[in-house]
Design a protein around this ligand. Structure first.
Ligand code: 5GP
Length: 116
């Protein structure tokens, strides 16, 4: 699959509002926010295009790091106590637009259920 816009953000070839970074994980504000806090948390490796690419052998540790980052960012954004939503879209029916695994961290407002 061809390279995504997120690969360019990782390499800092295009700007993004980065809120968190370590060796494995990058997080930046969504360009089209759906909540007062809307942050995308992504692995720096590009091999996982969607959740169905994930394997226990290769990615268990990385998944933990993504969720750890989500918790840390929720604290930074002061939405950890009020609550927040983590969303991963997988494939066309879920509305996935960018084929580089990403967790949406949404918060700062009351969420509805079921989602649309
Ligand atoms: P998906 O629909 O694939 O789960 O989510 C992709 C998300 O990436 C969307 O919420 C969209 O607004 C966001 N997005 C797409 N292009 C860019 C970009 O160039 N910069 C940033 N910061 N977000 C983007």
């Amino acid at each position: 699959m061809s390279e995504t816009i997120f690969a360019k953000i990782i390499r800092k070839e295009i700007p993004a509002s980065i809120v968190f970074e370590n060796d494995d994980v990058l997080a930046f504000r969504d360009i089209n926010p759906q909540a007062p806090t809307h942050i995308l948390i992504i692995p720096k490796i590009t091999e996982i295009t969607k959740t169905t690419d994930i394997s226990k052998e290769n990615h268990s540790l990385l998944l933990g790091k993504l969720f750890e980052a989500a918790n840390q960012i929720a604290k930074q954004e002061k939405i950890d106590e009020g609550g927040f939503r983590l969303v991963i879209n997988c494939g066309p029916d879920a509305g996935q637009e960018v084929y580089h695994l990403h967790i949406h961290l949404l918060g700062g407002r009351k969420m509805n259920w079921p989602p649309g």
